[in-house]
Design a protein around this ligand. Sequence first.
Ligand SMILES: C[S@@+](CC[C@H](N)C(=O)[O-])C[C@H]1O[C@@H](n2cnc3c(N)ncnc32)[C@H](O)[C@@H]1O
Length: 448
Amino acid sequence: MTRSPQRPSGKRPFAKGRPPARKTAQLPAEMREMEVAIADVGARGDGIAFAEGLRLFVPYTVTGDRVRVRVAEGDGKGEGVRADLLEVLEAGPGRQTPPCRHFGRCGGCTLQQMDDATYAAWNSGMVRGALERVGLGEVVLEPLARTPAGARRRARFAALKRGKRVWFGFNERQSHRLVDLEECPILAPRLFALVEPLRAVLAEILPDGGDADVVLTDLEGGVDLLLVGPRSLDREAREALVAFEPERIARIAWQPTDRAAAEPVANRRPAFIRFAGVPIQPPPGAFLQASAEGEAALVAAVREGLGQASRIADLFAGIGTFSIPLAQQAAVHAVEGDEAAVTALGRAVQGLRLTVERRDLFENPLGAKDLNRYDAVVFDPPRAGAAAQAAALAGAKVPRVVGVSCNPASFARDARVLVDGGYRLVKLWPVDQFLWSAHVELVGLFER
Ligand SMILES: C[S@@+](CC[C@H](N)C(=O)[O-])C[C@H]1O[C@@H](n2cnc3c(N)ncnc32)[C@H](O)[C@@H]1O
């Protein structure tokens, strides 16, 4: 088997842990391999086992598995230590055969070993666990909204050229090594169908040893392609892209680096999405909910949470996933930090009761005076959460607040701030749109 190459660049953080009872460096080499029983599956999707005074995190396991593992070397600074799964000796009750051949190596999925019922229960349990840790475990949890396989409409891939060959796929877990994709059951088939043609065009564009990321988004009008890297594109490379897949790809843009502005390379026809029937053109690489099913579940939960509110502020609004549907029933003020997203949303406001503001909500959250103009607020921050905005909301008088999050831990922290400020967390809707991963989205309704 050819060893997958390691990308020279890119910083993927290694899983962090918290203090174990003892340092693994003290374990003699012959004790590093051991048999353990999986007691639980933690918030990052790793099985948890206890042995030799250590708390072990064993990926790709289910509760009740008996497994043989090799304990990784650690310096004792984490919450536990990673142990690699060598063999399943006895399968736990929720185990299934993973549907994808790359599972166990590809960093995209962590939970394909769980059967469907176990997986769904784990997702809901993770949400409840995060809330319990901040003393809010009593909240009413709605049934988990599910997303089927083949529904992921947006993905970021890594590509690397070695000799004449281009490796294209996702990084291995906790590594810069690439898994060269032969299948991907989570991806929309229209995206996966472009993997092989992309290998061919990247072979023309990339220098030997060169790498790039490719963001594909499945939109109306065709696929939107954003190439991040290489640092320069010569004339031949541009020509190759201009001629690339004109039927299936609506728009191609290029960024030399993650921080650089996207430069159009081929604009064949509008690449757009509709929110509540209103077409909007996302800027290249813009945030978009990962699946249509996930988006629909989140919008339905937000709508239900907001009830009959007639003046709504949508904070961290992106390109209007919530603002546009909500503007059919209420006056909405959308606030977002990203300039390109604000411009795109601003172009769609005609005929809607929708205003748009660009604002950094970490540095400059909406204060109580502004917030009190609304009878409901939605906030949907990035993974880090909305600490400053939650503190401002806690000091305001808005009767209904709906929080949307892709990170139960930061949501729980913000929820605690709201509850300490006098809100009640009334209901939670968990939404699984990152199938077989440890990510779960949620919508929470707060009232005062
Ligand atoms: C999880 S996305 C949600 C977007 C939108 N609600 C949706 O569902 O499509 C988070 C959004 O927060 C924006 N954002 C990140 N940091 C921000 C900040 N400091 N101030 C304002 N917006 C920010 C991002 O640009 C992104 O659009």
